[in-house]
Ligand binder design. Structure first.
Ligand code: MLT
Length: 247
């Protein structure tokens, strides 16, 4: 494990894609996985509405297999943002209503978000981040006192605007706490990017490639939900293959 040479400073780093994340040292760090459109937003809304847990898996086959062996679990996820045949729920935050999900465990597979989660497993602690829980997440990271690695899900291993802007918003929040920190170039770049859309996150989400695609599918309401900054106080954790609320 590479030691932080200046432990009195928190090092804040960011990976723009899962491919980059897979080359980073995770041990001893707090890792935050972000898929602002839409997976980590949907999970946050799911916990707000009473879901018990999410189990992220990489493939549709794995999801079906896991549910076949655990009949109480439900299938959730998407490909190309569309629900999958035989799955109980898709990846729209509007699917996760209290009457449908209270106390349920979902085996979830999405294109980018669940893959990034699986790649983040080596972190000392792994959190779910989105625009919805920025403030609560920031508090939790400061409390933990560890170096922070923000993991953007991107789009099929390419850079995406929304995750980097969301990561930048988190960098800005951490900085505003006044704690001594060192930001890597990637973290600084993300913060500068966020400063350009700070006043209107929804507009930014509507202008990015995935936002335009979702709008085209008639999922504009989802984009609006993903833009609800600080609307949630939940900070889901990913531990031993499961995402849940530990407090
Ligand atoms: C993903 O994980 O790639 C996205 O959450 C896909 C989506 O918006 O459904």
């Amino acid at each position: 494990m590479t030691q932080n040479p200046r432990p009195e400073f928190m090092i804040i780093d960011l990976a723009f894609t899962p491919h980059e994340l897979e080359k980073k040292e995770l041990a001893g760090k707090s890792v935050v996985v972000i898929d602002a459109l839409r997976a980590t937003t949907t999970m946050t809304v799911g916990f707000e509405n009473g879901a018990a847990a999410f189990v992220p898996v990489a493939t549709v086959e794995e999801a079906r297999d896991l549910v076949a062996r655990n009949p109480d679990f439900l299938l959730a996820g998407e490909r190309r943002a569309l629900s999958l045949e035989g799955f109980h729920l898709g990846n729209s935050p509007r699917d996760y209503r209290p009457d449908k999900i209270r106390g349920k465990t979902f085996v979830m597979t999405t294109t980018n978000g669940t893959r990034t989660l699986i790649s983040a497993r080596g972190g000392a602690e792994v959190f779910i981040g989105s625009f919805l829980n920025l403030g609560a997440l920031c508090e939790r990271l400061i409390e933990g006192g560890r170096d922070v690695l923000i993991a953007c899900s991107g789009e099929k291993d390419f850079f995406c605007l929304e995750d980097t802007a969301c990561g930048g918003a988190l960098v800005e929040r951490l900085e505003k706490t006044g704690h001594s920190m060192i930001k890597t170039d990637a973290a600084q770049a993300a913060k500068i990017l966020y400063e350009h859309c700070e006043g209107n996150v929804h507009e930014m989400l509507c202008s990015c490639a995935w936002g335009i695609y979702l709008e085209g599918l008639g999922l504009g309401k989802d984009v609006r939900i993903c833009a609800q900054v600080d609307s949630s106080k939940v900070v889901p954790v990913y531990r031993e293959g499961k995402i849940f609320l530990d407090r």
